[in-house]
Design a protein around this ligand. Sequence first.
Ligand SMILES: *Cc1c(COP(=O)(O)O)cnc(C)c1O
Length: 219
Amino acid sequence: MSIASEIARLHGELPAGVTLVAVSKFHPVEALREAYDAGQRIFGESRPQEMCAKREQMPADVEWHMIGHLQTNKVKYIAPFVSLIHSVDSERLAAEIERQAERCGRTIEVLFEVHLAEEESKSGWDAAELLAWAESVDFATRLPHIRPRGLMTIGTLTEDVELNRREFVRLRELFEQLRPRFGEQFDTLSMGMTSDYHEAIECGSTMVRIGSMIFGERE
Ligand SMILES: *Cc1c(COP(=O)(O)O)cnc(C)c1O
């Protein structure tokens, strides 16, 4: 299927209340244009330089989402324009986003990335750590230029959909626990990729990040 027809199919298939992030990392800007022409406006990238380069070649109404691990020294490149950072995985990164957002005179919307998968290599908060930190920080005074919108997780890469389902249910439970802390604005659960987005939606996902199903295999 073409990029345009995959976008149209997904827009038709996803339930109301589930936002599609088209994960375009490693794909050329022509591929993003085809998705844009089919109506897609939200694109996910994993590397700041690549995001900045593509942004210069794409229409101004694209919303850019950072989904990959973000080094603190790279925040400054995307702070002026990024719409949502899905991958806030440490206190240090949150502090740097605060600093750069203030410099730009913006408030930056963020998700906290939670590590639920078994693999040691994945980044993200441990659930208990995130709960303790969120309770202890006064966001209004310490991080006033950050707007927490919700949580993100990367499911274990596995054929075992029941394992993915358990991870997604745990993320939703953590989300419900944190909600009173952040209120109405805390409304986003970013979970589900090409291989597991059906399970993620069944478990309450409000935002799916789909790459290879739309754009094909990455180089
Ligand atoms: C690459 C990536 C995706 C997209 O994965 P696909 O399997 O190609 O759909 C989603 N989320 C994150 C964080 C990614 O790095």
